[in-house]
Design a protein around this ligand. Structure first.
Ligand SMILES: Cc1cc2nc3c(=O)[nH]c(=O)nc-3n(C[C@H](O)[C@H](O)[C@H](O)COP(=O)(O)OP(=O)(O)OC[C@H]3O[C@@H](n4cnc5c(N)ncnc54)[C@H](O)[C@@H]3O)c2cc1C
Ligand code: FES
Length: 502
C-alpha cells in the first residue's frame, strides 16, 4: 500500500539499460527533477548530453513528495538574512520564483498534463514560541516585496496564532511533469538510460564512470544529480548534510480550499489537496533516517482524524531528503579543482523548486562560466563548513559506528512474519527477516557506505542507516542513499564498504 499517488498515476516511458562502454560530452547522473531538468536544458542548448539512473527516472524523491511548487520554504528568509544578509535572502526568493515560472512555462509550451495550478500558500503557527519567528519571516517577505498578508485564521479547521498568506504560488503533478520534460529532452537528442547504476567515479579532464554491470562511461563533464552525491570530491557531504524522512497520508474528500498549508514549528503539519483525485495529502512526522522508528503513519492518521474526522486513508507513502547546515542547497562546481564536475543536493524537502533552481545555476556555469547565484549555492560557503552542526554530525556518526556493534542482537529467532530484527548467529550479528511466505532473509547489516550499523524500519520494512540515510530492502538491495553496494547475505563474505570520498 505504501505507493505514491504520483507514481501510481503516471506510467512514464521505460528507457533501456546501458550495456556497453559509452562516451558523451555531458553525463547527468540521476533522473530526479534535478537531473531531468539538467538534461532538458543541455539538450535544448544543443549539447551532447546523456542521463543515467540507477533505477527508473522519477522514482526517487521527485516522485514521492507533496507536489507543492512554492518559494515559501518554511522558516528560511530570516535565517538567510541573519547569516548572509538581505541580498542573499532576496536571491533565494528570485531563483526559486524563476523555478515556478519555468514549471508554468514548460507546462504551457509543451502542453503538459500535470495539473499545474496557481494558488496561495500559507505558513502558520499554533505555538506561541514561534509567533515571533513567523513575524520575522513576514517582515523579510515584505522587504522583498512579496504579494502577502498576515492572517489570524486559516480557511481550514486548524486554530492558529498567526499565518502568512503568500499569493501566486503553485502545485503540480511532479512525476508527469518530469516524464514530459524527459520526453522533450529525448526529442532534442538527449539520451536516457535506466537501471544503470554508478559504482565508482574517477575525476579528470575526461571523467571515467564505472557502472555496476562492469561497463564504463567516459564524459568530458559530469553533473551529479543523484540526490546524495555519488562522488564526494573531498567535500565531505556525509558530514555536512543529514538525511531526513517524512510520511504522507491521503484521504478522499470533496471539498478543500484552493491553497496549501504548512506550519513553521515541529511536528510538521503539511496539507495539499489534489482536486483531480479529490484527495487531501497530509504530511509530517519528519525524523532523521535510521532514528526514531515509530508508527509514523498511525500518528499522521490520528492527526487527520483529530483535525478533519477522516477515517480511512486511500494512500500512504514516505520519502527522504537531505538538509544542509544552513538550510540552503549546494549547487554548482563540486570543487575548485574540477570545473567539469557539478553537483546539486540538499533541498530540505523543498526540491521541486530548488532542483530546477540548481539546474539553472549549473546551466549558467556551463554556458557562461558564471552565475549570479553561484555564491549563494556554492558548497564552499565557509561559515557552513565550520559550523557546530558539522561537529555534531561527525560525533553522531562516531556514536553510530560503534554503538550497534557493541550489542550482539537477539539469540532467539522470531516466528512472526513481516518482522525485521537483529539476531546473533554463532556470534555474528545480522539482520533477520521472515516474509509472508515464510522465506527467511539474513543480511550483513554493516552499511556499505561507511560502515555504520543499519537499523530496522518497521514502516517500510527496510534496513536504514542512521549515519547518512542509505536504505536497503530486507533482501539487501539498495533503495536509496549514498551506498553503492548491496548488502551481502549471511552466508557470503562481509559487505564491501565504499565511501566514495576521494
Ligand atoms: C515527504 C516529502 C515531501 C516533499 N514535498 C515537497 C514539495 O511539496 N515541494 C517541494 O518543493 N519539495 C518537496 N520535497 C522535496 C523534493 O521531493 C526533493 O527535494 C527532490 O525531489 C529531490 O530531487 P533530486 O533530483 O535531487 O532527487 P531524486 O528525485 O531522489 O532523484 C535522484 C535520482 O538519482 C538516482 N541515483 C542515485 N544514486 C545513483 C547512482 N549511483 N547511479 C545512478 N543513479 C543514481 C536515483 O535512482 C534517483 O532517481 C519533499 C520531500 C519529501 C521527503
Ligand atoms: S549511509 Fe553512510 S554509513 Fe551508512
Amino acid at each position: 500500500m505504501n505507493a505514491p499517488y504520483w507514481i501510481l498515476s503516471s506510467e512514464g516511458k521505460q528507457y533501456e539499460t546501458l550495456n556497453e562502454d559509452y562516451s558523451t560530452d555531458y553525463l547527468v547522473i540521476g533522473g530526479g527533477l534535478t537531473g531531468v531538468t539538467c538534461l532538458f536544458l543541455l539538450s535544448r542548448e544543443g549539447y551532447n548530453a546523456t542521463l543515467i539512473d540507477a533505477n527508473r527516472i522519477g522514482h526517487g524523491s521527485s516522485g514521492r513528495n507533496t507536489g507543492k511548487a512554492t518559494v515559501q520554504h518554511g522558516y528560511i528568509y530570516s535565517r538567510i538574512e541573519k547569516k548572509y544578509g538581505f541580498e542573499k535572502a532576496k536571491q533565494y526568493y528570485e531563483i526559486n520564483n524563476k523555478a515556478i515560472q519555468f514549471i508554468e512555462d514548460m507546462t504551457r509550451q509543451y502542453n503538459i498534463d500535470c495539473q499545474f495550478k496557481r494558488l496561495p500558500a500559507y505558513l502558520f503557527t499554533r505555538d506561541e514560541n514561534f509567533v515571533e519567528k513567523l513575524k520575522e519571516e513576514f517582515a523579510v517577505y515584505q522587504k522583498i516585496g512579496l504579494d502577502c498578508s498576515y492572517e489570524k485564521e486559516l480557511p481550514v479547521p486548524i486554530n492558529v496564532l498567526g499565518a502568512i498568506k503568500l499569493n501566486n504560488q503553485a502545485q503540480f503533478h511532479p512525476k508527469r511533469f518530469l516524464d514530459a520534460l524527459a520526453n522533450e529532452a529525448v526529442n532534442m537528442k538527449g539520451r536516457i538510460f535506466e537501471n544503470t547504476r554508478v559504482i565508482d567515479f574517477h575525476p579528470g579532464e575526461e571523467c571515467v564512470v564505472e557502472l555496476e554491470n562492469g561497463k564504463r562511461i567516459r564524459a568530458k563533464n559530469v553533473i551529479i544529480a543523484s540526490h546524495y552525491p555519488c562522488y564526494d570530491a573531498k567535500a565531505f557531504y556525509f558530514a555536512r548534510m543529514r538525511a531526513d524522512r517524512s510520511y504522507i497520508v491521503g484521504y478522499e474528500t470533496d471539498n478543500f480550499p484552493e491553497a496549501h498549508f504548512i506550519n513553521i514549528e515541529k511536528p510538521t503539519i503539511s496539507l495539499r489537496y489534489i482536486p483531480e483525485e479529490k484527495v487531501l495529502l497530509l504530511s509530517g512526522e519528519g525524523h532523521k533516517v535510521g532514528h526514531n522508528d515509530g508508527d509514523h503513519y498511525e500518528n499522521l492518521k490520528s492527526l487527520a482524524k483529530e483535525i478533519f474526522g477522516f477515517q480511512n486513508a486511500k494512500y500512504q507513502w514516505s520519502a527522504q531528503d537531505y538538509i544542509t547546515h544552513d538550510y540552503i542547497p549546494y549547487a554548482g562546481y563540486t570543487s575548485v579543482e574540477y570545473k567539469n564536475i557539478f553537483i546539486a543536493t540538499g533541498y530540505r524537502k523543498w526540491g521541486l523548486t530548488s532542483s530546477i533552481a540548481s539546474a539553472m545555476v549549473i546551466m549558467d556555469l556551463i554556458k557562461k562560466q558564471e552565475s549570479e547565484y553561484e555564491d549563494l549555492f556554492s558548497n564552499l560557503r565557509v561559515k557552513d563548513i565550520i559550523s557546530l552542526n558539522f561537529l555534531k554530525e561527525n560525533a553522531d556518526m562516531a556514536v553510530q559506528l560503534v554503538a550497534g556493534k557493541l550489542t550482539l542482537g537477539e539469540s532467539e529467532i522470531p516466528q512472526d512474519r513481516g518482522v525485521g530484527i537483529v539476531v546473533n548467529i554463532e556470534g555474528k550479528r545480522c539482520g533477520f527477516y521472515r516474509d509472508e511466505e515464510d522465506n527467511i532473509y539474513l543480511v550483513d547489516i554493516t552499511c556499505t557506505h561507511m560502515g555504520c550499523e543499519l537499523k530496522w524500519n518497521s514502516q517500510e520494512k527496510s534496513w536504514d542507516c542512521p549515519c547518512h540515510g542509505s536504505r536497503f530492502d530486507y533482501k539487501g538491495n539498495i533503495l536509496e542513499g549514498p551506498a553503492e553496494y548491496s548488502l551481502n547475505s549471511y552466508t557470503e563474505l562481509k559487505n564491501k564498504i565504499n565511501p566514495q570520498i576521494m
